[in-house]
Write a protein that binds this ligand. Structure first.
Ligand SMILES: Nc1ncnc2c1ncn2[C@@H]1O[C@H](COP(=O)(O)OP(=O)(O)OP(=O)(O)O)[C@@H](O)[C@H]1O
Length: 723
């Protein structure tokens, strides 16, 4: 990185950066030409010579690195850096200009660093330095480096052209901007249909999470729009960069709430230059680990029931069962049940291979409980039976009889009969037997197949217990071991699910993120982060809170906060001061509501890339979608089976919109029937409102939901507690 003294007269920032950019781009282009020529030579060589010697294999490694370098250089040619920090290390007379970019760029001939990768230790100061005083420090491999900051500058380069230069700190100048002008500029933009990286504007509190200890279980409680998902993805990119020798991308995993969300976040990691990280849902992963022994019951029915407006006492019992099956108490009950097999699995009988040759039960039981005691149950069973069989075969071999063949036939027949008396354990079989022993639970969630040979289907809450039994039977397959686990929307996870995942991640490195104010699946999730934190050692866990919402305008956040204020577990979101239009609330007649909604969507789409119409139920989403199609509006219906997010205009129930965001949002039917004064309705409306970046419109018929005017809500005796 360039060193220079800072007593020179400050020049015009734009001019200065334009000439620096020209210099850096020249360097990058010259490296691209050099590396490109080398690669062409390698390619020619490869074509001429197909068989590979050891040296040539090593060469392909070089080739791989070269290709990666070329990819980085091509990226850097378009957008070499986004920020500059002038830093003078204590005790040195010369300072350094650190240009920080998404990819680091070095000059291989001179060893000069042209651009510092955003994940490098020194780059941390760009994020942690907030202009309160001029001191800054970072952790280098050899210890803490401290010094003073002289300049912090945001630089926007697109397609190799300088677009914007904004100083957020200049030493000695008082007129430092109070708010981060560059951040506001970025936030005011319309978004496209995928989540994007935030490398150039990571905030100090987000930087702390990204760079938190590798082997810690980090729990993040963050209000809607505080950047939890984004931060978790950046954390993975950071960890992979910092610990390349210890972590492998293929052994890192992100659990997202549904397949559509996986698609929605799919571009962030590639943008950060990271590939190969698994992105999945808990259900998809669990079914695969269980080797598809069972299938999952179609979830749309349950979602429809839970988020519908009927108050059904019968269903209440079902939800209580769901909740119970997610607790650690239930896991312990299951554990005790499985333990009985440690003693009861071996048939209580001796094994007689043939007359005069008997292996006593006590010996077999000793092999099972002691000699193979450390293996998972199924392996113990297989090992003990293999040993019994071997014993039988040796006994036949050593027997002093004339007709060995006949003896062998007898021995084999006795062995087969004996083997059959051992129980064959499958996760599903064991689980069903276990459920029958638990007095307050039923096996209703397990659906028998309609056709012969087809699989049983189970509910979501059965997956963790099934995996737990699978673990007890077979242990963890090394291919299913993780180096790091990210759980998004973790408030909807159960402690049992987390405990099962913990068994698959020996380093206990977790990034767990969610928002208790958005816990709309209370029947299966948690109400206190302690339920998760307590699963980890005190010195190996961390809790972070993000209170600032970056997604929505000031008006939208204020409005959403009011809806949910007063309910337990509410965390008030603090808006970034980005002002927009007031929230619009419109009363429409029942007859006109579909037509008005279609008109409004049409207007909203003129200024937005993405627009959503959010309903309470999936049935309502179908009705609105149909009416939009009839009005000639190109809208996508999103239901629980959707795997991809298409952008444009989307029509969906609120519960499927969790985690997503749209430039403009329209909430329909916000009346007393659809949204009463309950905590669930409040959370749904809160989630719905906080999906909007710039514009929020609300439409209702008859009587407006009491949640929209809290004073009235209280006079109606609204519950300010969880259900
Ligand atoms: N430091 C930042 N700079 C620029 N944009 C940011 C920053 N932090 C968050 N954002 C933006 O805020 C929006 C919300 O981010 P994200 O979806 O990660 O939040 P979240 O906390 O997961 O939200 P939710 O709980 O509602 O799902 C995104 O558009 C993201 O790009």
């Amino acid at each position: 990185m360039e060193s220079r003294s800072f007593d020179s007269t400050p020049s015009d920032p734009l001019q200065e950066e334009a000439s620096h950019l020209q210099y850096v781009l020249e360097q990058i282009r010259s490296q691209l030409t050099k590396d490109g020529t080398v690669l062409l030579e390698i390619d020619d060589q490869d074509d001429a010579d197909e068989a590979q010697t050891a040296d040539e294999v090593a060469e392909t490694m070089v080739e791989r690195l070269l290709r990666e370098r070329l990819r980085n250089l091509r990226f850097a040619e378009r957008e070499p850096y986004f920020g500059r920090l002038d830093f003078a290390e204590t005790g040195r007379t010369e300072g350094e200009q650190l240009y920080i970019g998404k990819r680091g760029v070095d000059d291989p001939d001179t060893g000069d660093r042209l651009v510092l990768d955003w994940r490098a230790p020194a780059a941390s100061m760009f994020y942690s330095f907030t202009g309160q005083g001029n001191e800054a420090a970072y952790e280098a491999p050899d210890g803490t480096i401290s010094g003073t900051v002289l300049l912090k500058r945001n630089i926007m380069v697109r397609d190799g052209a300088l677009q914007r230069v904004v100083d957020s700190y200049v030493e000695g100048q008082d007129d430092v901007p109070v708010t981060d002008e560059f951040l506001l500029y970025r936030l005011a933009d319309n978004k496209d249909s995928r989540l994007r990286d935030i490398v150039s504007t990571i905030q100090a509190e987000q930087n702390d999470i990204i760079r938190a200890e590798r082997n810690h279980a980090v729990v993040i409680q963050g209000v809607a729009g505080s950047g939890k998902t984004t931060v978790a993805l950046h954390r993975l990119a950071y960890l992979l960069y910092q610990h390349q020798d210890r972590l492998r991308a293929e052994r890192m995993v992100i659990f997202a709430p549904n397949s559509m969300f996986v698609d929605y976040i799919s571009e962030v990691l590639p943008e950060l230059g990271v590939g190969g990280i698994q992105q999945t849902t808990f259900a998809n992963w669990a079914l695969r680990v269980l080797d598809y022994e069972v299938g999952l019951v179609d979830q749309s029915h349950r979602l429809r029931d839970w988020f519908g407006m009927k108050d059904d006492g019968v269903r209440q019992n079902e939800y209580e069962e769901v909740h119970k099956k997610g607790t650690l108490g239930f896991m312990q009950q299951l554990e005790a049940f499985i333990r009985t097999f440690h003693t009861d699995m071996v048939p209580r009988e001796d094994f007689t291979a043939f007359e005069g040759m008997t292996l006593p039960y006590a010996t077999i039981a000793q092999w099972f409980t002691t000699e193979y005691g450390n293996y998972p149950l199924a392996q113990r069973r297989d090992r003990v039976l293999a040993r019994v069989k071997r014993w039988m075969e040796i006994s036949v071999k050593e027997a002093q009889v004339a007709d060995k063949k006949a003896l062998k036939r007898t021995g084999s027949a006795h062995y087969k009969a004996y083997e059959k008396r051992w129980p064959t354990l499958t996760p599903l079989g064991l689980y069903q037997t276990f459920l029958e022993t638990v007095s307050d639970l039923t096996t209703n969630s397990i659906v028998k197949p309609k056709k012969r040979g087809a699989r049983h289907e189970v509910q979501m809450e059965d997956l963790a217990p099934l995996l737990y039994i699978h673990l007890a039977l077979k242990g963890v397959d090394p291919r299913d071991r993780f180096d790091h686990v990210v759980i998004d929307e973790a408030q909807d996870f159960s402690p049992f699910q987390l405990a099962v995942l913990k068994a698959h991640c020996p380093s206990q490195a977790f990034t767990i993120l969610g928002d208790l104010s958005q816990s709309i699946h209370t029947y299966q999730g948690i109400t206190d982060w302690r339920d998760f934190l307590d699963l980890f050692e005190e010195q190996a866990r961390g809790y972070f809170q993000l209170d600032v919402s970056y997604r929505s305008t000031f008006e939208i956040i204020e409005f959403a906060n009011r809806i949910i204020a007063g309910f337990r577990q509410f965390r008030e979101a603090k808006p970034v001061f980005r002002s927009g239009e007031p929230v619009v609330i419109e009363s429409v007649s029942w007859k006109e509501r579909l037509e008005k909604a279609a008109d409004k969507l049409h207007v909203l789409k003129q200024e937005a890339n993405t627009v959503a119409l959010l309903t309470r139920t999936e049935e309502d989403a179908h009705v609105y979608h149909q009416s939009c199609l009839e009005a000639g509006i190109d809208a996508h219906l999103i239901d629980a089976k959707q795997n991809t997010y298409l952008g444009g205009i989307s029509i969906l129930p609120i519960y499927l919109a969790k985690g997503l965001e749209f430039d403009a949002v329209m909430l329909v039917d916000v009346d007393t029937n659809h949204y009463d004064a309950s905590a669930l309705s409040a959370k749904l409306l809160y989630v719905g409102c906080t999906r909007a970046l710039h514009k929020l419109c609300i439409q209702y018929t008859d009587t407006m939901s009491p949640l929209l005017h809290p004073e009235e809500r209280e006079s109606q005796g609204a519950r300010v507690d969880e259900e």
